[in-house]
Design a protein around this ligand. Structure first.
Ligand SMILES: Cc1ncc(COP(=O)(O)O)c(C=O)c1O
Length: 373
């Protein structure tokens, strides 16, 4: 099988990830941060080691600002629900994933917040001046993707971050498509919080994610419960990371994430360059095919297209028959498809990863060429 669906989750995972997960279960299986016995302490060291390496990747000196989550969606929900209060205004963009649009739309529908969606420019880029134009005195939070999972272009989050810092507005960046693909520097962008998956570019297992919270950000816990600390109190501790991490952590997942992160960092988190080269090549080839409509631009790290007269899901199914895994449909990002004019039928998304080669790209091109004949 040729796997070209890395925007959903990366595959294959490095062998070290599976090994680290098995070791965590068999050799280090206690509950981290709870008891004082040596097994629990070893589990705690594993968790804190991973936290420190993630902090290093994010350019953060204080590892306690790194919170383990279930996935990007969970991290985004923690951030959104932790920061907004009744009467706040929130700004986001049309090209966000449903993991941003749905929690914000629900808060808006129930009258807790007012919400403004900023459309991108003709090239799919979010313009900071447009974000500033819709801000009001009540704007509490701006949420923006670092890269849309349909358009594949790196957004200028630093421009929006500078604006948010100037106006004292909280800035949450969704790094679902860039964590591990690119070096991330949220402090330099002026971000307040970053949500990212462990299971995509960081090469970790499913069910892992991370929320980074800059010092000084006022955030309330979305969940409360046992933290193994301040147990005499009926109330959630206020110290980080305990405040935002209740209940037993995903120890095998965190062990796997640490191994994946090491692998991604050994490649200097430069998967993006590999992906862009492959997508540019496939794009050039598909642009020359009659009946094929390409939506993504040169320099994008994924490729969205349609074959005239065939539904995107059918094209994906036909490629699956040829042992090529891609994803058709709307990719949980209806606004991005509205922008492309593909809301009705979606598009075929080809998303290569660190381990794909030109041969894989050529196999995709040849398979699409056969469909157009
Ligand atoms: C831009 C973007 N945000 C958020 C998500 C949600 O990620 P997760 O599956 O880790 O919750 C995705 C998933 O594809 C995404 O592409």
């Amino acid at each position: 099988m040729i796997y070209l669906d890395n925007a959903a989750t990366s595959f294959p995972k490095p062998a070290a990830v599976a090994r680290a997960m098995a070791d965590a279960l068999t050799q280090c299986g206690a509950n981290p941060g709870r008891a004082g016995h040596r097994m629990a302490l070893a589990a705690g060291r594993l968790v804190e080691g991973c936290r420190e390496e993630l902090a290093e990747y994010l350019g953060e000196r204080d590892a306690s600002r790194v919170i383990f989550a279930l996935n990007t969606t969970d991290a985004l929900n923690m951030a959104i629900h932790g920061v907004v209060r009744s009467g706040d205004h929130v700004v986001t963009t049309l090209i966000e994933h449903n993991s941003v649009l749905r929690p914000l739309s629900e808060l808006s529908r129930s009258g807790v917040i007012t919400l403004t969606l900023v459309p991108p420019d003709a090239k799919g880029m979010v313009d900071a001046t447009e974000v500033e134009r819709v801000m009001t005195a009540r704007t509490k939070l701006v949420v923006m993707t670092h890269m849309s999972n349909v358009l594949g272009l790196e957004q200028d989050v630093a421009a929006v971050g500078a604006l948010c810092r100037r106006r004292g507005v909280c800035f949450l960046v969704d790094c679902a498509q860039t964590a591990g693909h690119l070096p991330l520097r949220p402090r330099e962008w002026g971000a307040s919080m970053v949500a990212m998956p462990g299971h995509k570019g960081l090469l970790g297992p499913h069910g892992t994610g991370v929320l980074w919270v800059r010092e000084g950000v006022r955030i309330a816990p979305m969940r409360q419960g046992g933290t193994g600390s301040a147990s005499e109190s009926m109330f959630q501790p206020r110290m980080m990371p305990d405040m935002l991490e209740s209940g037993t952590l995903n120890l095998p997942g965190i062990a796997g994430l640490r191994a994946g992160l090491r692998e991604a960092r050994a490649q200097e988190c430069q998967a993006h360059a590999v992906e862009v080269a492959l997508c540019d090549h496939m794009r050039e080839e598909l642009l020359g095919m009659p009946g094929v409509r390409v939506y993504t631009q040169k320099g994008a790290s994924l490729l969205s297209f349609n074959v005239e007269g065939i539904a995107s899901q059918e094209v994906a199914a036909a490629l699956d028959e040829r042992e090529i895994a891609v994803r058709g449909g709307l990719h949980c990002a209806p606004g991005a498809h509205r922008f492309l004019g593909t809301l009705q039928n979606g598009a075929v998304r080809v998303s290569p990863g660190l381990y794909n080669t030109m041969r894989d790209a050529d196999a995709l091109v040849a398979a699409v060429a056969k469909m157009t004949r």
